[in-house]
Write a protein of this length. Structure first.
Length: 468
């Protein structure tokens, strides 16, 4: 019932359904039961019917009561006076009538509403982010043939790794600042993104050996910085719009050979659109009101995220050295990977509500982790075979990255950074030593990393306190 109602005969708000139920003699007898209803005044018959009618009217509010005093409080809230209780219902006082009603109505305790999943993922957003991670690769398909053969790949890779590491650390710092206010996050991005792009471009240009390569390195670093700003601020659709020129041009390569002007112009148009979109998003963010009394966080907590970005970029580069198409598959899988991070957290919260012992929760948590890994890695196997890659290498690398991201999502940043850096160093040492493509250094290092990270995840996230 939505609010107080008139309890006088013929009241405008009286529940007609309750009246019909009260007139049903079978229901009245069932509600009355064999229990005594307390001291009553003379004229019990008519007044007992009035009590039955009141019990039927308030049944849904009396049924969950655990003591007659709760019913008494309900009757007081309905405005029953002592005169009405004596004259209409035939009871000496409020508590006598409350006891009679409590005995007439059977106890029923409705199930509490099922709480909403606080970690319900945005399916469209996760799929869009995976696509946005892969679409910039079309720029290399368009303009790659225009780069000099000597030094271009090395310069682009070095600049890309620095940008990746910098943007990972900057993104973490911006997210921390975003919790205190959009203005603080905007200031962090406005200062950090151009600085990181300049540092990466300078390092890549030093290795370029030609003005064309230096220009390509600068364009790559500027795009990565601007795209990072848009992704942190949640402007995925704006970034997708900026990538329309390079998407159309890269897709057209399947049936059409564009000239050099279009090969260079379309990526440049997408670059300009991305930088302009990032500037517009930052301007809107910088106009937000400042949060009072916010302290600036230190740089040290963001360092492991940057080191992980460097290690992850190195591992992906080493995998792409043997199978370039595998990098595209892995990049596209980052959208589902992000979706599964949300699902893991939601399923873990559900397991926390349904288990009663720490051991039971640890077992459920391990099962959730295994299920998420299987869902993530399952589609990668046929995808790796389709692009002529080694499934074992791709699956182990994907598992390494996903478990690392999962630990980072729970605030455990240094262990995955250290493990991934060790795996990248071991695999990179084999490449520098002149090992031919296809050697076992990368799958072995990733396999060892997966075992270490999985054991750490079961230990860390198998505790109920981690999900509180």
């Amino acid at each position: 019932m939505s609010g107080p109602m008139s309890l006088e005969p013929g009241g405008a708000e009286q529940d007609t359904l309750a009246l019909r139920l009260a007139d049903d003699r079978t229901l009245a007898l069932r509600l009355a039961g064999p229990h005594p209803s307390g001291p009553v005044l003379p004229g019990h018959g008519a007044r007992a019917e009035a009590v039955d009618e009141l019990a039927a009217t308030l049944a849904d509010r009396i049924a969950p009561a655990v003591h007659p005093y709760e019913v008494a409080a309900l009757l007081e809230s309905e405005g029953l006076t002592g005169d009405v209780i004596r004259e209409k219902y035939g009871h000496t006082d409020l508590f006598s009538l409350a006891t009679a009603l409590y005995r007439r109505v059977p106890r029923t305790f409705p199930e509490p509403p099922r709480p909403a999943d606080p970690w319900r993922p945005d399916h469209v957003r996760c799929a869009l982010r995976g696509l946005l991670f892969a679409l910039p690769g079309l720029a290399y398909a368009l303009a790659g043939r225009m780069l000099p053969p000597d030094g271009a790949v090395r310069a682009l890779v070095v600049a890309g790794l620095i940008s990746w590491a910098w943007n990972q650390a900057l993104g973490h710092r911006a997210y921390v600042r975003l919790a205190t206010g959009r203005l603080e996050a905007g200031r962090t991005l406005a200062k950090g993104a151009p600085l990181g792009a300049a540092a990466a471009a300078a390092a890549g240009a030093a290795l370029s050996g030609s003005a064309v390569t230096a220009l390509a390195v600068t364009a790559q670093c500027a795009y990565l910085a601007a795209a990072g700003v848009l992704l942190v601020l949640g402007r995925e659709r704006l970034l997708l719009a900026a990538l329309v020129p390079v998407t159309v041009g890269g897709t057209s390569l399947l049936w059409w050979e564009p000239g050099n002007a279009l090969r260079a112009g379309l990526p440049l148009l997408s670059l300009l659109g991305t930088v302009a979109a990032a500037g517009w998003a930052l301007r809107a963010t910088l106009s937000a009101p400042a949060a009072p009394g916010t302290a600036r966080p230190g740089l040290w907590p963001s360092l492991p995220y940057g080191l992980f970005g460097l290690a992850a970029g190195s591992l992906v580069f080493l995998a792409g050295r043997d199978h370039p198409w595998a990098v595209i598959v892995l990049t596209l899988s980052m959208g589902p990977a992000e979706w599964l991070l949300y699902r893991y957290r939601g399923l873990s919260v559900a397991a926390l509500r349904s288990t009663r012992t720490p051991g039971g929760f640890r077992a459920r948590s391990a099962a959730v982790l295994a299920g998420c890994l299987l869902v993530y890695l399952g589609p990668l196997t046929p995808a790796a075979l389709f692009v002529d890659a080694e499934p074992a290498t791709l699956l182990l690398l994907a598992a390494t990255l996903w478990v690392s991201l999962l630990l980072q999502a729970f605030g455990t940043a240094w262990p995955p950074a250290a493990v991934c850096l060790t795996a990248a160093a071991f695999s990179g040492a084999g490449m520098l030593a002149g090992a031919p493509p296809g050697t076992a250094a990368l799958p072995l290092s990733c396999g060892a990393a997966v075992l270490c990270l999985t054991a750490l995840t079961v230990r860390q996230l198998g505790r109920p306190a981690a999900h509180g």
